[in-house]
Design a protein around this ligand. Structure first.
Ligand SMILES: Cc1ncc(COP(=O)(O)O)c(C=O)c1O
Length: 322
């Protein structure tokens, strides 16, 4: 029995996907982080961020944590704060999935919703609100997922070793969706330190400012950024792929219909990125990616034809009509 109980993130399974593409010469692996107790990779990030604060003595049971989140880190921190006896305020914006807010509240977190800022930059508005709340609550801390080295450390010490273990140490391509770039950076540090030949592909959203992107309206949460996060300045992927939201939807639905995996928008973006890369990937290559989160919170968006038609465009034109 595991004495850490529900504190420690799960070592999630990595499965081979033989049905996703008609590409028998490739081996494609998916790490199912959607099976974490909080439903996403951010379970690892949240645990690492809190561990570091507690170890440094800056946070103790009863303490208050404040963090800006597009949803998943908020859910993970809500859960991790429960099992550590901490209080939590999640600062979110209107792009967050409705169910994500309900889940945070169900864990006892306070949800602070930042309404549409006049300049449209939701992330900047959320980060300012965190500063305001810190000033209002002396002694409170922010885990600062955008700049803390304890964010990539989670993926350096757990995500990447678990993936390499599952693929017997041989991996040609790793695709990672990016937001704070913490996941990518942790994997990058591991690849470099172990001198692996693995090519790192950052999968970002059209409209994200990461990697010198141009800001534009984005509707789906999980990947992309409206402000350049401090961590991203260290990220040096071999390739950046920018995916449109309709293609994320198409990728999600392919994964659901071909492999029976219900995943969120960022994982759909990775599937779309693989589809675009296929013609360039040498036969015999091994690819891996993370299923960053579950598709359940996206049932009312990505998997809802009416929402897609109303927000992203005609399904017929996108080849999605049933
Ligand atoms: C849905 C989703 N997409 C992408 C990511 C990668 O985000 P980051 O770059 O912040 O590590 C995460 C991280 O947990 C996630 O939950």
């Amino acid at each position: 029995m595991d004495s850490a109980g529900t504190l420690k993130p799960l070592a999630t399974p990595t499965v081979r996907l033989g049905r996703l593409f008609d590409a028998p010469d490739l081996q494609i692996f998916a790490k199912l982080d959607s099976l974490q107790l909080s439903g996403s990779t951010k379970e690892r990030t949240a645990a690492s961020l809190l561990d570091a604060f507690i170890a440094s003595g800056r946070l103790a049971p009863g303490g208050l944590v404040i963090e800006s989140t597009s949803g998943n880190l908020g859910i993970a921190l809500s859960r991790q704060c429960v099992v550590r006896g901490l209080r939590f305020i999640a600062v979110v914006d209107e792009n967050a999935n409705r169910s994500a807010l309900q889940i945070m509240r169900a864990y006892g977190a306070r949800v602070d919703l930042v309404r549409d800022p006049s300049d449209g930059n939701k992330l900047a508005a959320r980060r300012q609100r965190v500063q305001d709340l810190l000033a209002e609550h002396p002694g409170a801390v922010t885990t600062n997922q955008y700049g803390s080295p304890d964010n990539p450390a989670a993926h350096y010490s757990s995500t990447m070793p678990e993936i390499m273990d599952a693929v017997d140490g041989q991996l040609d391509y790793l695709l990672v969706a990016t937001s704070t770039t913490g996941t990518l950076l942790g994997c990058q540090n591991y690849v470099r330190e172990h001198r692996l030949p693995t090519q790192l592909v950052a999968v970002d959203a059209v409209g994200s400012v990461l990697f010198n992107g141009d800001a534009a309206v984005r509707r789906l949460p999980g990947l992309g950024a409206g402000v350049v996060p401090e961590l991203s300045l260290q990220a040096q992927p071999d390739r950046v792929m920018r995916i449109a939201e309709m293609d994320m939807v198409r990728g999600c639905r392919r994964l659901a219909h071909r492999e029976g995996i219900l995943a969120g928008a960022s994982t759909g973006a990775i599937v779309a990125a693989i589809e675009q890369l296929l013609p360039q990937i040498p036969a015999g290559s091994r690819l891996a990616f993370l299923v960053h989160d579950s598709g359940v919170p996206y049932l009312h968006t990505v998997y809802d034809d009416e929402w897609v038609a109303g927000n992203l465009g005609e399904l017929q034109e996108a080849g999605l009509a049933s």
